[in-house]
Design a protein around this ligand. Structure first.
Ligand SMILES: C[S@@+](CC[C@H](N)C(=O)[O-])C[C@H]1O[C@@H](n2cnc3c(N)ncnc32)[C@H](O)[C@@H]1O
Length: 451
C-alpha cells in the first residue's frame, strides 16, 4: 500500500494524455510530471486517490534512451509545450500508441485496421500561425508571453521556437511601444489597466495580423501606437482591436475594430485561398494541415455524383477541397463569422457547388436529413468533445457509404467510432498526423466504411 510522502524508485512504462509518465507499483497507477517511458526514477508520492496516485519526480536514476535536453530555454516555466524533454521520433510513436490505446479502451475492433505511423515534420519548429500571449507586469516591468503551466500567470519570453521570428520581433516592438505610450497591462484583480492580450496570426508569406485585446474601447495614443507599429514592422498587414471587457480568462471578446488594413489575412492550402478573420478557426500548422486535408480527401474517395457533408466545417477549408470531386458539399459550423468566411472563400475560389449553414450541427444535420438531403460521404472534424449524440445518430440513420473522422482527441474519437460501429460501420484506416510538435496533442484521420 502506497502512502503520501513515501519515496520510491520506479520504472516509467507509459505516458498519459497530459504527457505525464506512468508507473505501476503495488497495483497502483502513479502519474509523474516530467517523467517519460524508459526512465528509472526516484519519486515521492504527493497525492493518493482511489484509483491512482500522483508522484513528484525527485531525480532520474537512469534516463530513458528517448530523453533529450529541452531545446527551449523557457520550457520549464511555459505551459505551451509538454514534450520537449522527449526526442521527436519518440513523441511520434507515443502519439500513435495513444490512438491505439484509446481505441482498445473503447473496445473498438482494431482487427484488420491499417494504423499508420504518425506523419511528423522534418523541421518541427516555427510552425504555428497563431499565438496568444498575455500581457502583465512583473517586478515593475511589462511582460508578454504564454501562461505558465497550469496557471494564469504570464511567462516572460523573448522568443518562441514554435512561432515565426517576425512574430517575436512584433512582440518586442509592442512591449517597447507600451512603455513609450504609458499603456498599462490589464490587471484581473483590480480591473485597472488596458492591454489584456496580444494575438498574432500569420500566413506562409509571413504577413501578420496583430490583434490587440483591450479591456475597453478607448485608450490614449491609439493612433500613435498604430502608426508606430505600421512603420516599424512592415510585415504587419492588418491591426485589429478586440474588446474584452468581461471578468474572464477567455483571451478575446466579441467586438473587433479594424485599426489598419483589411481586418483579415489570406493563406493558401493547396491551390485554395482562404480569408482569415480574428476569431475564426484555422488549423495552426499549415504545412501539416495540407497533409491532413489531403489524407481526408483521399479517404473520402469522392466521385462526381456524391453528396458530401462537411460537419464542423470552420471557414469551409475541407468543404472547398472536397467540392472539386463531389456533386455538392454541405458545410455546417456553429460560428457565424466562419460561415460568412466560408461563403466568401467559395466565391474567391470560384466554387459554386457548396452550401453552408451556420448553427449547431446537432440541430442542422437532423434537419437536413428530415428534408431528404442525404450524404453519400460524411466528413466530421469536431472540437475536442467529439460529435454530439444527435450527429452520430443521424449519420447512422442516413447510412453514408463512407465516414471520414478527423479528430484532435483520441478518447472522444474512440467513443464515437464505437457508436458508429453499432450503426453498421467498420473502422478501416487510421492516420495520425503531428499537427502540434512538442505538445501532447494528437490529431488523426480515420476512415470508416459500411460493414
Ligand atoms: C476542429 S475545428 C475544425 C474546423 C475545420 N474543419 C478546419 O479544419 O478548419 C471544429 C469546428 O467545430 C465548430 N463547432 C464546435 N461545436 C459545434 C457544434 N455544436 N456545431 C457545429 N460546429 C461546431 C468550431 O467552431 C470549429 O470551427
Amino acid at each position: 500500500m502506497l502512502t503520501t510522502r513515501q519515496t520510491l524508485s520506479v520504472k516509467i512504462i507509459d505516458l498519459n494524455y497530459l504527457g505525464q509518465g506512468v508507473a505501476k507499483e503495488e497495483g497502483m497507477i502513479i502519474f509523474i510530471d516530467g517523467a517519460i517511458p524508459g526512465d528509472f526514477a526516484e519519486i515521492k508520492i504527493i497525492e493518493q486517490k482511489k484509483k491512482f496516485a500522483v508522484g513528484k519526480l525527485i531525480k532520474i536514476i537512469t534516463p530513458s534512451a528517448d530523453r533529450i535536453n529541452p531545446p527551449c530555454e523557457y520550457y520549464d516555466d511555459c505551459g505551451g509545450c509538454q514534450m520537449m524533454h522527449m526526442s521527436y521520433d519518440a513523441q511520434l510513436m507515443c502519439k500513435k500508441d495513444r490512438v491505439i490505446n484509446e481505441l482498445k479502451r473503447a473496445s473498438v475492433n482494431t482487427e484488420d485496421v491499417l494504423i499508420n505511423d504518425t506523419i511528423g515534420m522534418n523541421t518541427p519548429f516555427n510552425y504555428r500561425n497563431k499565438t496568444t500571449f498575455s500581457v502583465s507586469r512583473k517586478n515593475n516591468e511589462i511582460i508578454i508571453g504564454p501562461y505558465e503551466q497550469g496557471t494564469y500567470n504570464t511567462v516572460d519570453i523573448n522568443n518562441c521556437m514554435l512561432q515565426s521570428n517576425y512574430a517575436d520581433n512584433v512582440i518586442a516592438l509592442f512591449k517597447k511601444l507600451m512603455k513609450k505610450y504609458k499603456l498599462e497591462p490589464y490587471d484581473k484583480n483590480s480591473g485597472k489597466g488596458i492591454i489584456r492580450n496580444i494575438v498574432l496570426r500569420s500566413n506562409r508569406q509571413n504577413d501578420l495580423m496583430l490583434i490587440i485585446v483591450t479591456a475597453k474601447e478607448e485608450f490614449p495614443n491609439k493612433d500613435n501606437l498604430v502608426n508606430d507599429l505600421k512603420s516599424n514592422a512592415k510585415e504587419i498587414k492588418t491591426i485589429v482591436q478586440n474588446i474584452n471587457d468581461k471578468k474572464t480568462n477567455l483571451a478575446m471578446g466579441h467586438k473587433n475594430i479594424t485599426l489598419h488594413g483589411k481586418g483579415t489575412i489570406e493563406d493558401y492550402i493547396g491551390e485554395l485561398k482562404f480569408a482569415i478573420s480574428p476569431e475564426t478557426f484555422f488549423q495552426i500548422n499549415p504545412q501539416q494541415t495540407e497533409i491532413l486535408y489531403k489524407t481526408a480527401i483521399n479517404y473520402a474517395d469522392l466521385i462526381k455524383d456524391d453528396i458530401c457533408f462537411d460537419i464542423y466545417c470552420g471557414i469551409g477549408t475541407i468543404s472547398l477541397m472536397a467540392a472539386k470531386y463531389a456533386k455538392k458539399v454541405y458545410g455546417v459550423e456553429i460560428v457565424e463569422q466562419s460561415i460568412i468566411n466560408a461563403k466568401e472563400n467559395a466565391v474567391i475560389n470560384n466554387i459554386s457547388n457548396t452550401e453552408f449553414y451556420a448553427g449547431k450541427a446537432e440541430e442542422i444535420i437532423p434537419h437536413l436529413y428530415k428534408n431528404n438531403i442525404k450524404a453519400d460521404v460524411v466528413i466530421v472534424d469536431p472540437p475536442r468533445k467529439g460529435c454530439e449524440k444527435e450527429v452520430i445518430d443521424t449519420i447512422n440513420d442516413m447510412q453514408p457509404k463512407k465516414i471520414v473522422y478527423i479528430s484532435c482527441n483520441p478518447s472522444t474519437l474512440a467513443r464515437d467510432i464505437k457508436l458508429l460501429e453499432a450503426g453498421g460501420y467498420k473502422l478501416k484506416k487510421v492516420q495520425p498526423i503531428d499537427q502540434f510538435p512538442w505538445s501532447v496533442h494528437t490529431e488523426c484521420v480515420c476512415l470508416l466504411e459500411k460493414k
